[in-house]
Design a protein around this ligand. Sequence first.
Ligand SMILES: C[S@@+](CC[C@H](N)C(=O)[O-])C[C@H]1O[C@@H](n2cnc3c(N)ncnc32)[C@H](O)[C@@H]1O
Length: 470
Amino acid sequence: MEITAGFDLVPKLSPSSEDQSSWNTFISQLRSRYTSPNPQNVEFKENYILFNMKHGVEQQQPACMIPYAGHKFLRFSCSDINLKNDGDFLFVLYTVCGIAKNVFGKRVRWWRDDLCEDGEGFYSWEEVWGSWRCYDELNEPDPPVQPQVPPPSLFEIQTIPFKGRGLVATAYIPTGTRILTESPLFTIPSPPIPSLEASISKTLKTLPEEKQTAYHSLHNNYPPDSPQTPVLSGIFKTNALPCGYNSTVAGIYPTICLINHSCIPNTHHNWNENLEQETIHAIRPIKVGEELTISYISESISQPRRRKLKECFGFDCQCQLCTSTPKQLESSDERRRQIMELDGSIMSDAGSIDSNPIDCLKDCKRLLALLKQEYDGSAVNFEGGVYYDAFRVCIRQGDQARAKVMVGRAYEMRVLCEGEDSESSRDLKRLRRNPTVHKMYGLSMGSKSEVGDVPEGLEREEFEKWLWRS
Ligand SMILES: C[S@@+](CC[C@H](N)C(=O)[O-])C[C@H]1O[C@@H](n2cnc3c(N)ncnc32)[C@H](O)[C@@H]1O
């Protein structure tokens, strides 16, 4: 059996002197490891180190190179490794990867194409070939380090009636725009630990003064003399956002924590593991002067939702939905009741998707229609999840054609909410490339089709009929 394996560096290095200095450490450790005697036949060329193993077949270039300019590097890999005969190549890959891990820690992502979990690495081969090509620009000086000019801001801080400060759009923001990325001032385990106050105090002392000031400038929704919730804990509880879905760690951000809640938000917040930053994306077009909002809680009907916001966050929600007329609120509650019911039935169907795939797909279609009505076009996050459920129904049946379309839509929606560089966008992209790598592929083969069976040239309506047919 022949495999391709290697490692990617995520995120890639910038041309900054700090990043290049870490890269120089890596290069000098490689030099010490691979100077003569040199059993692996490693050559130190003018601009890169060449490991004479195998050659990248597709682009006719040696794949196993490490450039001296760190910002050019995306991947070190070797293709067509015969597991029986090419043990030496694999050993070199492991060794170089181990040295890289010493310097760059979890930025280094090891992968093997025969193992589904880590698939074919983080970057696409097009991106990687592009990076390899620029190793050959031998005597070209490195690009000058650009001063960090922040892009023009898409928002400003304003006072919002009944909500304190908030962020307001200063330009038209199209759907999918990455409005903001921000590193946490600090992170702390969540739910809060008993010694929260002491723990925050200790953490703050390790931070530079401007970060401490930024923390103290955040809103505290608890009375400042509250014995149960002293000031530092009050600020934390008012502002902390979990670092990822179901994460036990929460972060505090100087700007993102100024974004108010809405039960129909126009942006999506996400912890991007690769950037180690929180991102904010527009999930519908946002007009100049509109407030940017996120959702602090998972969706539900008005009464429990408002109770939860009051109990957990201490405020009476003044969002567009909560301040709408009783009639509008009632209609919204009715739709949300149906949404939760359908969602629950699809989820509980997970074990029996196989026994009732037709009903499951019908539920998905109905759920998409309800989400459109309720969220006024800003439900891409939920819709993406529904398309992913529909994908699982199809791929379980061996129906690759419909599965590919479903996962393609799930991917596009995830990119709108999180960008291409989020972990789940990458996972979905991999599934879109080859739906059969999903662990549920073909568990029943009740509706087998090939990827090439996706019909071409159909009008939108006809295509949807094909996609959702029973
Ligand atoms: C994370 S802070 C948001 C920024 C805050 N408005 C400020 O002035 O710094 C959360 C606090 O903002 C206010 N807030 C956020 N969303 C709100 C909403 N939908 N209705 C009323 N108040 C809200 C509440 O006081 C809440 O405790």
